[in-house]
Write a protein that binds this ligand. Structure first.
Ligand SMILES: Cc1cc2nc3c(=O)[nH]c(=O)nc-3n(C[C@H](O)[C@H](O)[C@H](O)COP(=O)(O)OP(=O)(O)OC[C@H]3O[C@@H](n4cnc5c(N)ncnc54)[C@H](O)[C@@H]3O)c2cc1C
Length: 385
């Protein structure tokens, strides 16, 4: 076992980015992914799963050397973000006020994951184990050892668990979590509009949950509709034409014609690991924390974990691993928890119909819109600037 061997479990965006950045620093990487990795089809329809990547996330992808290779025809920089409560004034954030080109970039998750995997495949110090399951995990202060269902055994000095919200590694380590289900689902709807590329993303808060519009490249866009699980299940069962009619009825704000191309429902869950590491294993991304997607922060927080862990592993390589992991937990746990809690308060507050809360909410929207520097500061924080 070499000191610089690292096992990464989970090859989603967070695991694959960790693998690439660490491989570029000379670590020997063993990346284990239980599913087949989807190859992104640039000429195909847009995927359902899309994310808003913050400036900090795009900088990290640039550092990893993949951002500039992404096809511009699949990226949508947006300059304006609007949010409002139904029938109330709008709160608007504009990149011009912040002296920025854009507030963020919308892209399909599979586009980013594919680009990371293509880069990993070219690295001689990266070993990829695809469609492999971990049978056993031995973890202690001196290192870690996993046995795969393919019969392979791997030893390393560190294991990074990036295996998502239901992390098997976190469960095998018996790391406790705080968790609840929001008792809501959201329906992601890919649409093709009759308008050219749009530059505003918006979110309307309703008593049943928010509805959001995310512009994508070209004439494509994504609608996100939060509602009770029963309602989302019903919507999922509709044909695309029937769904379009319901959308037209429920989203009178849409000022363009469109066709529904894909749809899919997702349950909303909240999880936070009580500790981020144990002996020689550490959690990153959704394995450590999964957050309500309403502010599009999930993968951005995961990328911040990656940046922090990679920097510590590279710069502090004279330190004991336990000190590095302790520092990682200290740096990441509180900001992740604050963002999670802020989203929960916002989400719960946005659904309350108590007259006093409604009045407070409207006042907050009004004050926020007129708060100038404070509004810009909040936006910059969300963008990781
Ligand atoms: C509806 C919805 C909308 C969202 N919108 C946004 C957004 O706009 N912006 C944003 O920042 N975030 C958004 N998020 C959150 C974001 O998608 C997640 O935070 C992000 O995908 C987490 O990445 P990850 O790599 O940590 O985990 P995942 O994407 O879950 O990847 C985990 C990987 O590990 C693999 N795996 C799992 N178990 C094992 C195992 N036992 N062994 C090996 N491999 C394993 C999986 O196959 C997968 O490839 C959204 C989430 C949802 C549900």
């Amino acid at each position: 076992m070499g000191r610089k061997e690292i096992i990464i479990v989970g090859g989603g965006m967070v695991g694959a980015l960790s693998a690439l950045l660490l491989a570029q620093q000379g670590f020997i990487i063993h990346l284990i992914e239980k599913n087949k990795v989807q190859i992104h089809q640039q000429a195909g329809d847009f995927d359902l799963r899309v994310s808003a990547f913050s400036a900090q996330s795009t900088r990290l992808l640039q550092k990893a050397g993949i951002w500039n290779s992404l096809p511009k025809t699949r990226l949508c920089a947006y300059q304006c973000l609007q949010t409002w409560e139904k029938d109330s004034a709008k709160l608007t954030f504009d990149s011009q006020n912040l002296n920025l080109d854009c507030l963020g970039v919308m892209a399909e998750n599979s586009l980013i994951q594919s680009a990371l995997w293509r880069a990993l495949e070219k690295m001689s110090n990266v070993h990829l184990y695809v469609q492999c399951e971990i049978l056993t995990l031995n973890n202690n202060k001196n290192g870690v050892c996993v046995c795969l269902d393919s019969g392979i055994t791997i030893h390393a000095y560190l294991l990074i668990a990036a295996d998502g919200a239901d992390s098997l590694i976190r469960q095998k380590l018996n790391i406790p979590i705080t968790a609840w289900d929001y008792r809501q689902k959201c329906l992601l709807i890919s649409i093709k509009t009759d308008k050219s590329q749009q530059s505003t993303t918006w979110q309307e808060f309703r008593e049943t949950g928010p509805c959001a519009f995310l512009p994508l490249a070209g004439q494509h866009a994504s609608l996100v509709w939060y509602h009770s699980p029963e309602k989302i299940n019903q919507l999922e069962d509709l044909s695309v034409e029937q769904l379009k009619q319901v959308i037209l009825h429920e989203f009178p704000i849409l000022d363009f014609d469109f066709e529904v191309q894909k749809k899919g429902g997702f349950a909303l869950t909240r999880r936070h690991a009580k500790n981020y590491y144990q002996d020689s294993c550490v959690l990153v991304g959704d394995a450590a924390h999964s957050i309500n997607p309403l502010a599009g922060q999930g993968v951005n927080l995961g990328f911040k974990d990656v940046q922090c862990l990679v920097d510590l592993l590279v710069m502090q390589n004279t330190l004991e691993l336990s000190d590095v992991l302790k520092q990682y937990e200290q740096k990441r746990k509180v900001p992740n928890m604050l963002m999670q809690t802020a989203m929960d308060v916002f989400y719960k507050g946005s659904k309350s119909q108590l007259p006093s809360i409604r009045l407070l909410r409207k006042s907050i929207f009004f004050m926020a819109q007129h708060s100038g520097v404070l509004k810009d500061t909040v936006m910059k924080y969300a963008m990781g600037l």
